[in-house]
Ligand binder design. Structure first.
Ligand SMILES: NC(=O)C1=CN([C@@H]2O[C@H](COP(=O)(O)OP(=O)(O)OC[C@H]3O[C@@H](n4cnc5c(N)ncnc54)[C@H](O)[C@@H]3O)[C@@H](O)[C@H]2O)C=CC1
Ligand SMILES: O=C(CO)COP(=O)(O)O
Length: 351
C-alpha cells in the first residue's frame, strides 16, 4: 500500500479551481504526495456538456476560472464518494451554505488517518453562538483534525501567479507542515500559525467589512472614508474574536489572513463589487439579483455572514459594541439608507 499522501479537493468554484492549480503543481513535485489530485465538481451542464468532462478534456474550468489552464494531474470527478476514496488530505473549498448537504455524501470513503483543511470563509452558529466552519466539519467527520487556510487571495489574481501570501492556522504543528507542502508555491507564500479561530474568523468577518467598503464606493466617497471603514472594521473584527474566542493571538491580525485579506477584499473582491451596485441602486436591487447578474454562478458570502454575525451579536446582547457590523446588516436587510453607513450614534444609543 502506498504511504504517500493523497489529496482530494472538495469544491471547484472560482477559488477551488485557482487553488487546485497550485495543489496540482505541488503534488507533482513532492515525492511524499501522490501526483494525481481528485477535485470534486458539483456537476452542471455547459452548452449541453458536463462541466467535469470539459475540465478533464480541456484542463480548464470554463465556468468558474475561464482562461486559466489547470495542470493535467488535477482530475475532475462529479461523484464525491469517488473523489475522496483513499484520500489522506481533504481540502474543503466551497461556498459555506452547501457544506452541510455535501459532507454526508463522502460516505467515509477517505483514509482512516485523513486530515482536513478548510478554505471556506463564513461562520455557522450553534445555540446562537458562532461556530467555526472548521469545527462544524470536524464534528461531522468524527473529530477529524481540521486546519484552515485564509489570506489575501483573490482567486483570479492567484490564478495569474501574481505574488501573494496566505496563512495556515492549525492545532497540530506537524499537520501545519504537511499543509505548507501542499500549498506553498513561489508566488503563493504560506505561513503557519497555531491559531485556528483567529485565522478563520479573520477570513469570515472581512467579508462583512467589504460590504461596507462597497457601499462607500457606490456612494462615491473618497479614500479617507473607505480607510475609516476598513480601520473600524478591523477593530470590530478583533473585538468579535476576543468576545467569542478569548484565546486568539492578536498577532494573527497582522498575518495575511488579517489586515492583508481585509484590504484586498475591500478593493478587489466580489463582496465589494456587489455592495457598490446595491448602494448605487439605493438599496432597491435585491442581493440575489445582483449576485446572479454579476457573479455568473459564483456566490456572495459577506451578506450571509452579516446576518449570521448579527444573530450572534443580538444573542450575546452586544450589538452596541459593533456599530459598523450592525449598520452593514441594517442597510443590507432592514431598509436603512445606504448613506447611513457612516452614522453610528443611533446604534450605540439604542443598544
Ligand atoms: N473566489 C475567491 O477569490 C476566494 C474565495 N474564498 C472562499 O472560498 C469558498 C469557495 O469559494 P469559490 O470557490 O470562489 O466558490 P464560488 O463562489 O465560485 O461558488 C461556485 C461554486 O459553488 C458550487 N455550487 C453551486 N451550487 C451548489 C450546490 N447545490 N452544492 C454544492 N456546490 C454548489 C458550484 O459548483 C461552484 O463550484 C468561499 O467560502 C469563499 O469565500 C476564499 C478566498 C478567495
Ligand atoms: O476572500 C477573498 C480574497 O481573499 C475573496 O473575497 P470576495 O469573495 O469578496 O471576492
Amino acid at each position: 500500500m502506498s504511504t504517500k499522501e493523497k489529496i482530494a479537493i472538495i469544491g471547484s468554484g472560482n477559488w477551488g479551481s485557482a487553488i487546485a492549480r497550485i495543489i496540482g503543481f505541488n503534488a507533482a513535485r513532492h515525492d511524499s504526495i501522490e501526483t494525481d489530485v481528485h477535485m470534486w465538481v458539483f456537476e452542471e451542464q455547459i452548452d449541453g456538456k458536463n462541466l467535469s468532462e470539459i475540465i478533464n478534456e480541456t484542463h480548464e474550468n470554463v465556468k468558474y476560472l475561464k482562461g486559466v489552464k489547470l495542470p493535467t494531474n488535477v482530475i475532475a470527478e462529479p461523484d464525491l464518494a469517488k473523489a475522496v476514496t483513499g484520500a489522506t488530505l481533504l481540502v474543503f473549498v466551497m461556498p459555506h451554505q452547501f457544506l452541510p448537504r455535501t459532507v454526508p455524501n463522502m460516505k467515509n470513503m477517505y483514509a482512516p488517518n485523513a486530515r482536513g483543511i478548510s478554505l471556506i470563509k463564513g461562520i455557522e452558529f450553534e445555540h446562537s453562538k458562532p461556530m467555526l466552519i472548521s469545527e462544524l466539519i470536524s464534528k461531522t467527520m468524527n473529530g477529524m483534525d481540521i486546519s484552515v487556510l485564509m489570506g489575501a487571495n483573490v482567486a483570479n489574481e492567484v490564478a495569474l501567479d501574481q505574488f501573494c501570501e496566505s496563512t495556515v492556522g492549525t492545532y497540530v504543528p506537524a499537520n501545519g507542515e504537511v499543509w505548507k507542502k501542499v500549498f506553498d508555491w513561489e508566488t503563493f507564500r504560506v505561513s503557519v500559525v497555531n491559531d485556528v479561530p483567529g485565522v478563520e474568523l479573520c477570513g469570515a468577518l472581512k467579508n462583512v467589512v467589504a460590504i461596507g467598503a462597497g457601499f462607500c464606493d457606490g456612494l462615491e466617497f473618497g479614500g479617507n472614508t473607505k480607510a475609516a471603514i476598513i480601520r473600524i472594521g478591523l477593530e470590530e473584527m478583533m473585538r468579535f474574536v476576543e468576545h467569542f474566542y478569548e484565546k486568539v493571538n492578536p498577532g494573527t491580525f497582522f498575518e495575511s489572513c488579517g489586515v492583508a485579506d481585509l484590504i484586498t477584499t475591500c478593493f478587489g473582491g466580489r463582496n465589494r463589487k456587489c455592495a457598490e451596485i446595491f448602494a448605487k441602486s439605493k438599496g432597491a436591487k435585491p442581493w440575489d439579483e445582483i449576485e446572479k447578474e454579476q457573479l455568473d454562478g459564483q456566490k456572495l458570502q459577506g451578506t450571509i455572514t452579516a446576518k449570521d454575525v448579527m444573530t450572534c451579536l443580538k444573542a450575546a446582547d452586544v450589538v452596541g459594541k459593533f456599530p459598523l457590523f450592525a449598520k452593514i446588516y441594517m442597510i443590507s436587510f432592514e431598509g436603512e439608507p445606504v448613506e447611513d453607513i457612516v452614522k453610528f450614534a443611533d446604534v450605540i444609543a439604542k443598544h
